[in-house]
Design a protein around this ligand. Sequence first.
Ligand code: PMV
Length: 335
Amino acid sequence: MTTSSAPGKIILFGEHAVVYGRPALAVPVTQVQATATVSATSRPGIWIEAPEIGLASELSRLAPDHPLAAVIKGVFSALPPPVSPHIFKENGVESGGATIHVTSTIPVASGLGSGAAVSVAIIRALSAFLGQPLPDERVSTLAYEVEKLHHGTPSGIDNTVVTYAKPVYFVKPPSPPGRGARARAEQSRSGEVEILRVGAPFTIVIGDTGLFAPTKESVSDVHTLWEADQPRWEKVFDEVEEIVQKARRVIETGDIPALGPLMDKNHKLLQEMTVSCPELDRLVEAARRSGALGAKLSGSGRGGNMIALVNARNAPALAEALISAGAKRTIVTTV
Ligand code: PMV
């Protein structure tokens, strides 16, 4: 039996602009995680159990574009043949199969990287079960392929931060011309990870609006805006980039209070991109009124989560203030 867990994540700065080649900063949230356990079974076949979403099925019965089917097939195709049944035999299964049990405490469709975390946990647990644990770079690339099913045109930030489970400075790399789509995807997701040095720890309170917000929709709406007036939006994305670069320096030097105004500015630009919503704005305002050093939405917006920077001792009071302002749950995390 093999088990693997992967954390949730938040984007500190740069969401949406990151899709247009600007940098973004993201950090893992270890208070929530996805876990996959693979065990040998006497039943033939690959059985997937994900009780939280009411799923119990044999792999071949899932639609080919089901994200869990895609991730499992991705692992099989990434390993050198023959993977099965030869390797199952080596794991002591003569004629049976395997059960992949998936659980997660990461809220879905809320900007906390639940899809990427489930993929990463399955990729690691299954490849280890098959006796060929995959390196991080390969894990991230495979999870990226599945992210495309969730998101359409993901930048790759979610799979990157969740795989490496460290604060990252992320830039979506340009695809090299003249190569196959698969090779392009693989090259463009590898070797580009910059782990962010954190000069002094800081505390973030995450507030969940409880609204499900498909990333695909807000990303596509921003794209429509961009197509209609590219000079205007390129300028907005440049402003986001400036914030990200400043935030990076501030995090590295540990001058944490200076992060607050940068979060406020980033939120304003996200409002301009039309990806905030009244529920997010209400929580952001409540956080600022209750002593946060800065606050912004995190992730694709239109629901999901917001984040607020606080002095550690004020975190419980701020979390309470967010609940009073309508948050469905809060998480306090230290970067
Ligand atoms: O999955 P979310 O909600 O954290 O959104 C991802 C961040 C975006 O920049 C909006 C999209 C992307 O692919 O980077």
